[in-house]
Design a protein around this ligand. Structure first.
Ligand code: GAL
Length: 385
């Protein structure tokens, strides 16, 4: 029997055993008697959204290798940003007898059925970076401080515009500065945290006239980018340029919540004749923010094309996911550092939030290279080996 089949058989037996004895709720820990099992006999299903974004590839690799280092079997799947594919992958993990699931959802509201099946089979579920909504069967959430990410993006925008100095103090630059706002995918809970965090910083300056949004598009629904797609952002930026900037209005800054979106925005700008460092022309590239420190964007930052990004160390996120997984499998509860913020519509999910760091060109060395996240050669090439 192949190892996979053997594990599936063990899983099926375990599931039958649990049904027979009623078991505890998912996340009660040890319901599957995983506490007494050898880690090598336990399989963790890891469901990731897409391989088109380099950050999720890094997340998948980090989670897999750290779980394997801890001795577990890992079933890592990517779903190509397709919701039915992800649902089916998770169904299959459950049928094959996964002992725990780590899920970064594509659509945070689309997995209630899968999570019910997991709960019925006493499989703990850890929501990875993106909160799974509308289900009581989410046992733990590992992520970054997403509201702080939005605040940091807005602060980086203001620093890039010269409204704030390096210490974060208000300068005497009065503006008005013209900006446009982009948000993430509305089916991703994080998009709201990023946008609300950013608006927490920007709204007072919009109210006092320091910042102006010439398109008038200041609602998250107007600013949203389905599936965080680069092409979608590029096309919206093209429309904004045509609609609000063809008359010579200068665009000073763009709030972007994610590096892929930033690259779409930058492509639209470059296609329209905007270039770097042309202070004397009305077509100087505006200040563009980002998130994830994707290698292609780090190179753009080094080259002075993108202004900033927010670094979220996926190695640490993977580590927290592994720590939480171990706790559940050993019959314990993982330690949360936030039990108030993340209401998924049904319950407040105990969470572990990690801090984030803003990266401008001057920070690439100290934050990304010295920490071993990238090498200088990778930054120069704009791609990882
Ligand atoms: C969010 C995540 C961001 C970014 C985005 C697009 O859920 O928090 O860091 O990766 O998805 O992938």
């Amino acid at each position: 029997m192949s190892k996979k089949l053997r594990l599936a058989a063990i899983g099926a037996v375990a599931a039958v055993g649990l049904t027979a004895c009623g078991g505890g709720g998912a996340g009660s820990g040890g319901g599957n008697d995983t506490a007494n099992a050898d880690p090598g006999d336990l399989t963790i299903g890891v469901a990731m959204p897409t391989q088109t974004s380099e950050r999720w590839i890094a997340d998948g690799n980090n989670v897999k290798s750290q779980l394997e280092d801890a001795g577990y079997q890992v079933d890592l799947q990517y779903a190509n940003d397709d919701i039915p594919t992800q649902s089916q992958q998770i169904d299959q993990m459950i049928t094959e007898g996964a002992d725990l699931l780590i899920i970064a959802a594509i659509d945070g509201t689309a997995l209630s059925g899968q999570l019910q099946a997991a709960a019925d089979a006493n499989i703990p579920v850890i929501s990875y970076d993106r909160l799974i909504r509308d289900s009581e069967n989410v046992d733990f959430y590992v992520t970054f401080d997403n509201f702080a990410v939005g605040q940091a993006q807005a602060t980086a925008l203001l620093t890039g515009l010269g409204v704030l100095d390096e210490s974060g103090n208000r300068t005497d630059a009065a503006g008005p500065f013209n900006i446009e706002l982009f948000a993430g995918s509305l089916d991703d809970n994080n998009a709201f945290f990023f946008f609300n965090g950013a608006m927490d910083v920007l709204q007072p300056l919009i109210d006092d006239g320091t910042l102006v949004v010439p398109s008038g598009q200041t609602d998250i629904e107007q600013a949203a980018t389905l599936r965080w797609q680069q092409e979608t952002a590029q096309s919206r930026m093209e429309t904004l340029l045509t609609g609000s900037y063809n008359n010579g209005t200068v665009l000073n800054g763009v709030l972007s919540p994610y590096d892929g979106i930033s690259r779409g925005i930058i492509t639209a700008l470059q296609n329209a004749g905007y270039g770097p460092n042309l202070d004397s022309t009305p077509r100087a590239l505006p200040v563009v923010t980002g998130q994830d420190a994707e290698i292609a964007s780090v190179k753009l930052i080094q080259d002075g094309v993108q202004s900033s990004t927010i670094f979220k160390d996926t190695r640490n996120l993977a580590e927290q996911a592994v720590t939480a997984a171990k706790a559940f499998l050993e019959g314990d509860e993982p330690e949360a550092n936030d039990t108030e913020t993340y209401d998924n519509g049904v319950k407040v999910v105990p969470s572990y939030l990690l801090p984030v760091q803003t990266v401008f060109a001057a920070d690439i060395q100290s934050v990304l290279i010295d920490s071993g996240y990238y090498t200088q050669a990778e930054v120069d090439a704009g791609q990882t080996d």
